[in-house]
Design a protein around this ligand. Structure first.
Ligand SMILES: [Zn+2]
Length: 299
């Protein structure tokens, strides 16, 4: 009955490349617990959901809260690609930024390029008016804390302010030199919408010096708008309103991929029979949609 009697781990070299912690991580074999974590987790955000899965299946050189988010997403990407062994794509439902129509977008996991870090710079300086902000790379703990700090005031400018604030390590003014930390909040709040968006865009670009390069686009089927999006966007992934796996479509697609694993004998039937009752509808829809092939893997 146990399909995973082996317990080897796979070595993973983290894209940060030893910038501020050792670059060595390990991925444990994916077991049936993954199914439970997918749909019976207690995450409030998409990011927390990924974190629960990474905590279960990875061994890291430091506490996961201190990991840079590009390393985090890289590990997530590897788990996704292991789970999708016999296909390289999946569909996501994304809303058009202009007309809000839902589009079913094909995401090809083979198209991503990975950048390994080749600098030793882990701070960015951004000058806005009389202020010079020193910004560090985004860490997992920033994405965990951020959504709860915006709960009482969820307007979009406050979201960008709180988002940026997480990564500010130092502020200097031309006139007074270094500013005390207790004033960071009011300085950030004093910036105009355009200034805070500039700061935000600088931070997001800076965070792409290593990791998965995932600037993607889709054309809206209704209005023709070209939408640029990023699958591993920290702001949208740590937004409390966005919980992955909430749609029936996502659940059904997930079960289809598990059923394909079953066909490749990577999963036992017992694993699948333990599907939670509340998801059984999605499971039987998936059963109806896959092609059962008696021998060998599906193409
Ligand atoms: Zn549209």
């Amino acid at each position: 009955m146990p399909q995973f009697s082996h317990n080897f781990s796979k070595y993973i070299y983290l894209p940060s490349g030893g910038l501020s912690y050792p670059p060595d991580a390990w991925l444990k074999p994916l077991t049936s617990e993954l199914i439970y974590l997918y749909y019976d987790n207690f995450a409030n955000t998409n990011f927390e959901y990924m974190l629960q899965i990474l905590q279960e299946f990875t061994k890291l050189p430091i506490d996961i809260a201190e990991l840079y988010t590009p390393d985090f997403y890289y590990l997530w990407y590897i788990i996704k690609s292991q789970e999708m062994i016999n296909k390289s794509y999946e569909y996501k439902e994304l809303n058009c930024s202009k007309c809000k129509t839902e589009n079913k977008v094909l995401i090809d996991f083979t198209q991503f390029k990975i950048r390994m870090n080749n600098t030793n710079i882990n701070m960015l300086k951004v000058v806005i008016d009389e202020y010079t902000f020193t910004i560090r790379l985004r860490k997992v703990k920033d994405n965990l804390r951020f959504p709860y700090q915006t709960l009482s005031n969820n307007n979009s400018i406050n979201q960008f302010q709180q988002y940026c604030l997480q990564q500010v390590v130092n502020v200097k003014t031309d006139l007074y030199g270094e500013v005390e930390r207790i004033y960071f909040n009011s300085i950030i709040n004093s910036l105009s919408l355009q200034q805070i968006l500039d700061l935000y865009n600088n931070i997001v670009e800076y965070n792409k010096i290593f990791g998965i390069y995932d600037n993607l686009e889709f054309i809206c089927k209704k209005c023709g708008e070209i939408n640029i999006y990023s699958l591993f966007n920290d702001l949208s992934n740590s937004n409390i309103t966005m919980i992955m796996g909430s749609s029936d479509f996502d659940k059904k697609e997930h079960y289809k991929s598990l059923l394909s694993l079953l066909q490749m004998k990577l999963f036992s039937i017992e694993n699948l029979m333990s599907v939670q009752y509340k998801n059984f509808g999605n499971f039987s829809d998936a059963m109806n949609e896959i092609e059962l092939i008696p021998n060998g893997p599906m193409m």
